[in-house]
Write a protein that binds this ligand. Structure first.
Ligand SMILES: [Fe+2]
Ligand SMILES: [Fe+2]
Length: 274
């Protein structure tokens, strides 16, 4: 079995810090073969810098997806154009910098494709995600059986539609973007692991990762205030999917949430293999 951890939207310094402290010990404890993360909010809450990219890869993340904030830090374009473990949403224009899919190598040798898509409900208009995923799946090498889709979307209905559309055709459809984990993780009848949103990796004493006072003030007064990244209660949120490498079908999915106390305990776990 291939065990993949998919980490939800990493927000700012608190998000990157808990990733740095926990991913490697977590990979050992949970016997993970691959770690994929949505990193669209890593740089000060919006975008991803080349330095953040390096930091996350060094922390044990094997592949990176993004979302609507992908180009907020323009300098990430050269990373998107040169590195093979980071993708743009597949339903972005062909001219947009970045690859539409990536094939990663899991620890035990299985090739794992990861593809990101953007939803179209309450979001900036983009190309049809259904047409885009059909195109990307058709283009994958036939030996790639394990496919993970990050559906970066706002509405749960939109996410359920994509889950059902891809059931039996991909290993997992996991949602990101809302920064709130949903309790609907399940294996669909065709063998696709599904969850509307895997949640946020960042400060939970916040509004979706930003300072409560600032968001509240500008929402009440309509007068803009800088939405600085919050600091309190950092947590890592994601889901672990277990997949049969022969068929690409998922057999299990479980949510995982690591808070500061868990992170401390994990950091104290001896590094040596038992
Ligand atoms: Fe987003
Ligand atoms: Fe986000």
């Amino acid at each position: 079995m291939v065990r993949i951890l998919f980490i939800g939207d990493i927000v700012g310094t608190p998000g990157r810090e808990i990733v740095r402290r926990t991913v490697l010990p977590l990979a050992r404890r949970e016997r993970l073969d691959l770690v994929i993360a949505n990193a669209e909010n890593s740089a000060g809450g919006s975008g991803l810098t080349p330095a953040n990219y390096k930091e996350l890869i060094a922390a044990g993340i094997d592949g990176i997806t993004l979302g609507d904030h992908i180009y907020r830090r323009k300098e990430i374009a050269r990373v998107l154009e040169t590195e093979s473990n980071i993708v743009k949403p597949a339903n972005f224009p062909a001219e947009a910098p970045g690859s539409a899919s990536m094939v990663l190598q899991a620890e035990e040798g299985t090739p794992v494709a990861a593809i990101s898509l953007m939803g179209r409900v309450f979001m900036r208009p983009v190309d049809c995600p259904f047409a885009a995923i059909d195109r990307e799946l058709a283009a994958l090498p036939s030996e790639v059986k394990v496919v993970v889709v990050d559906f970066h979307a706002e509405a749960t209905s939109d996410k359920q539609l994509m889950g059902r559309y891809l059931d039996g055709r991909v290993s997992a459809v996991l949602g990101t973007h809302t920064h709130v984990a949903t309790a609907d993780e399940q294996i669909l009848p065709g063998g696709t692991a599904f969850q509307c949103d895997v949640g946020m990796t960042g400060p939970y004493h916040s509004i979706l990762g930003r300072r409560i006072d600032r968001v509240l003030q500008s929402t009440r007064t309509f007068y803009p205030a800088p939405f600085d990244v919050a600091t309190g209660d950092p947590r890592l949120s994601g889901s672990i999917v277990e997949i049969d490498p022969q068929t690409g079908r998922a057999v299990a999915i479980s949510r995982i949430m690591i808070n500061a106390d868990d992170a401390r305990q994990l950091a104290e776990t001896p590094l040596s293999e038992e």
